[in-house]
Design a protein around this ligand. Sequence first.
Ligand code: ANZ
Ligand code: ZN
Length: 823
Amino acid sequence: AAQYDVREIEARWQQFWEQDGTFVVDEHDERERRYVCDMFPYPSGDLHMGHAEAFAIGDVPARYWRLRGYNVLHPIGWDSFGLPAENAAIKNDAHPAEWTYTNIDTQAASFKRYAISTDWTRRLHTSDPEYYRWTQWLFLKLYERGLAYRQDSPVNWCPKDQTVLANEQVVDGACERCHTAVVKKSLNQWYFRITDYADRLLDDMADLAGSWPERVLAMQRNWIGRSQGASVRFSIAVAENGADVEPVEVFTTRPDTLYGCTFLVVAADAPLAADLVTAEHAEQLEEYRRRLDSVSDIERQSAEREKTGVFLGRYAVHPLTGEHLPIWASDYVLADYGTGAVMAVPAHDQRDLDFALAVDLPVRVVVDTGEEDPVQTGTATTGDGVLIDSPQWEGLGKDEAVARAIEVLSGRGTGSAATNYRLRDWLVSRQRFWGAPIPIIHCQRCGEVPVPEEQLPVTLPEDLRGEQLAPKGRSPLAAAESWGRVDCPDCGGWAQRDTDTMDTFVDSSWYYLRYLSPRDGEQIFDPEAARRWMPVDQYVGGVEHAILHLLYSRFITKVLHDMGLVSAQEPFRALMNQGQVLNGGRAMSKSLGNGVDLGEQLEAYGVDAVRLTMVFASPPEDDVDWADVSPSGASKFLGRAWRLAQDVTSEVGADPSTGAAGLRAVTHRTIADAEQLLDDQKFNVVIARTMELVNAVRKEIDSGAGGADAAVREAVEVVAQLLSLVAPYTAEDMWAALGRGASVANSAWPRVEESLLVQETVTAVIQVRGKLREKIEVPADIDAAELERRAVELPKIQKYIEADGGVRKVIVREPKLVNVVTG
Ligand code: ANZ
Ligand code: ZN
């Protein structure tokens, strides 16, 4: 008998799909479209188990929709700019492109073997000049619209590595890599004005509810952090020397507690603190600020951190009572949130209370919450209650009091309703080499001048390598003097290219649009194609991108929408976060030594078995523990399925209604359930049901009419189609063995014969006055009302009821008993 030879099958079908162009999209195909997009990989080494899981999962909807008759786009590309390539180049005295494109080739070969249903003609790499040309074009469009700007801002700086560090790279005030104390340094940086889109980014999430994981939406909501409240202006009491100081604005979510404000606190590191401090206190502030440089924002806001601060020697005037309130500086107030200043209400805000108790400032209760006195307990009373000792809004609850306070303040011109966001503008410049150069020219005479569009792309110099790329306090591009020196596009005078490159999150914020016309030399993407394909119907990727990548992509899509280039307001209609692949209950890591090599798994069990194992292990969003699964079991199952196709002897097109009715019922119930399960993304259960069907067919072949039964053919064809979603090699080979040719991937999803979906029934007993009078067959899931209706309507029961003097009461115990009480 024929053998299930995985290696031979893989080689044969991989070649077939490539030559056949099975997954190449026909743009003229006017069937309804579906766009499935996987978060594209970063080319670090070969594919790993995490890729194997994510791409196996993403391929299920792509292949399913293809079978359902949609014109499906499922592209692939590489997110190929970024630091690892640069570090490898420094170490190996090479150019980052060498490492990058070698790894891409390796991964591409693995992807082809892994048999993802991808249109390879659309492949892209963000580090190709023909791609980053458009990343630069996008930058220029944002610049034109006032959405890209430059500003001096404090950044974390490692003096040893001579580079900017992200907040996450600062650990206990030191560089995560070399443990040198990190300093704050002011650098001129490029930003994208994503804060202009904060409201839209928040409000449009309503359309994503239900089709994005709720936790991702919650994380985005929290990151944007919109709070509603008031801004309140405090004038500054005139000092003895008569110096006039600007009023201080604060943002508060609780203007109702204004009468409880007993002091003001400003961020010690904000310019405001330096503006406010009097000469006598200046030195203390300076000393306090020096200590602050090495503390992260996260530590500063931690509730556990001991509260410290310095008095600035100045007083604010309470806008309603005229009382003089001392102004302090502290590190628990952040410089870049709100206005960098707070009205402290120690009775009702814990951090303010901790501070008041630490430096001995008064506490005034203005909300009666029924809780104990905050000074006694050390716990601020934050619960809901009734406002007290607050003349204009005494007796009101919180929401009414907030509204009333805003009204009063507005009336006096000392405050107004205000909205504040946690979201900051997006810092996009990097002093690194392997990224898209920022397409701006700095001219001595004209200032910032955009590179004219026809001069794009501004390509990276090819002659820098090794040590020349190492960070030296400025971008490595600054060392490429001949590259940087240009004539000003405006005045022709002496000018210099911007030497920073863009954050790689810019590259990945729009790649799903480039897939639509990846070779377009005239425009960033074809707006007509975007009209046809956008938004992406199913986006698949890890939850580690829940905030930044998704937020940036949503932002850029909205900008492109505003430019009239894409009608969609949101890039991704539905999002699926696959779980992680663990080994022994823990993430795979070098230090634990529990890594599993994908290549070895594929060698040992074959592609289909690994893919099937990934999908079968759990629902897509759950983790897969490789220590708990059985790829060898998967491989045996696939062999069993494959042999069914070898055993079918009936003709193609044989009428299944002539075959075994029992098997047909199983087949059609399986198809109907699979449709539902696929819609609900319970892919693992689809596989379980396929296994049951395989068992049923085997039993039929071995005990019934054997492989000649037309119902057996029908069932095995369905098995091949279901398996094609996760085990494409085996499925194609079965389909061919069944005489159906190629390709199962483009066959038509089987139609369910409703008449074969026999419902499960039970026998219900009907009594009149406790005596058994009738039995009927009813669906097992019938409800009480329906069962009563069917019972009472029966002519025989009607007769008994009439004879007994009518219905007094009906007792129903669905689905099995109805008792009619008469008389
Ligand atoms: C008075 C008050 C009374 C406050 C009260 C709270 C409770 P969210 O909701 O996160 O926006 N705040 C304002 N700016 C701040 C800054 N730069 N650093 C640290 N804290 C700041 O928080 C808004 C509240 O956080 C504001 O409302 C302010 O304290 C504080 F019973 O004002 B509140
Ligand atoms: Zn100029």
